[in-house]
Design a protein around this ligand. Structure first.
Ligand SMILES: [Zn+2]
Length: 266
């Protein structure tokens, strides 16, 4: 095993860094994260025992969110930090000790490449992918605090319109736990659009057991925060991605104006 850590067991020489940053000089108070941005599989892991159609659908990544996140980052002048590898390799929004961190089954698909992994191998995946991503978010938050830049964490996700046979009615949802300021403002603005079915902690709620980015980088660091989930059929092409990025940019600008007026941003 490598003397520093086991990352070379996971990422081969041709594999890119898990960390993708867009608009790193962005001055917006909104810091955008995207845990399920990509669906790359490190070369040494092959296809995880899955056919191509499984590796392109929602179990592998958050379909459509990459385009929305980058366009939103451009609109808002916001720093986006995103993770390029599939959540089937390791889920960057799960505590590493959670059973779903390296899933054995996702929806109804068995991930044979994740069966019978040794502790060394699971820790190597964490060290190669999970740790660099979350360490970079930490560094960025530290740097912003040092520079006196207000920071509001917005964690971007997308959800499948049908899960395990159940249709989901929401177009968009806010996800939150302990923040009592930002999620109500965002919900109010989303509902004011008039044409949206808005989920309030739907299709998921945030918890310490099932989430990582919001509890660790938002709540523990005392940052205002929310998750945003967009239904994947609405952002399945470039026109959809653009339209949702435009809409969210307008809404988050309104939210920022309110936060500044109410002196939440210093
Ligand atoms: Zn996600």
């Amino acid at each position: 095993m490598d003397s520093v850590n086991g990352t070379e067991l996971i990422l081969g020489k041709q594999d890119v860094s898990p960390v993708h940053e867009h608009n790193p000089a962005g001055r917006s108070p909104f810091l955008l994260t995207c845990d399920h941005y990509g669906r790359l599989i490190p070369r040494p892991l092959g296809d995880l025992g899955l056919p191509a159609e499984e590796l392109t659908r929602h179990i592998a990544w958050d379909v459509g969110i990459a385009g929305v996140a980058e366009a939103l980052s451009n609109h808002l002048d916001a720093h986006l930090i995103a993770q390029r590898y599939s959540r089937l390799v390791i889920d960057c929004n799960r505590p590493p000790h959670a059973a779903s961190s390296i899933p054995l089954i996702s929806e109804a698909t068995t991930i044979s490449g994740n069966e019978g992994l040794s502790r060394q191998v699971t820790e190597a995946r964490q060290q190669a992918i999970f740790d660099p991503y979350h360490e970079r978010i930490d560094e960025i938050i530290d740097r912003r605090l040092h520079e006196g830049l207000p920071t509001v964490l917005v964690s971007l996700h997308s959800f499948t319109p049908v899960y395990a046979g159940i249709a989901r009615p929401w177009h968009i949802g806010t996800l939150y736990h302990r923040d009592t300021v930002l999620p109500p403002l965002l919900l109010k603005s989303l509902r004011a659009e008039g044409d949206l079915v808005v989920g309030d902690n739907e299709p998921y709620a945030v918890s310490d057991e099932t989430d990582y980015t919001i509890p660790v980088h938002g709540e523990r660091r005392g940052l205002m925060n929310t998750g945003i989930e967009i239904r994947q059929d609405l952002i399945s092409d470039q026109a959809g991605e653009k339209s949702w990025a435009d809409r969210l940019a307008r809404i988050l600008a309104e939210v920022e104006t309110t936060l500044r007026a109410e002196r939440w941003l210093g």
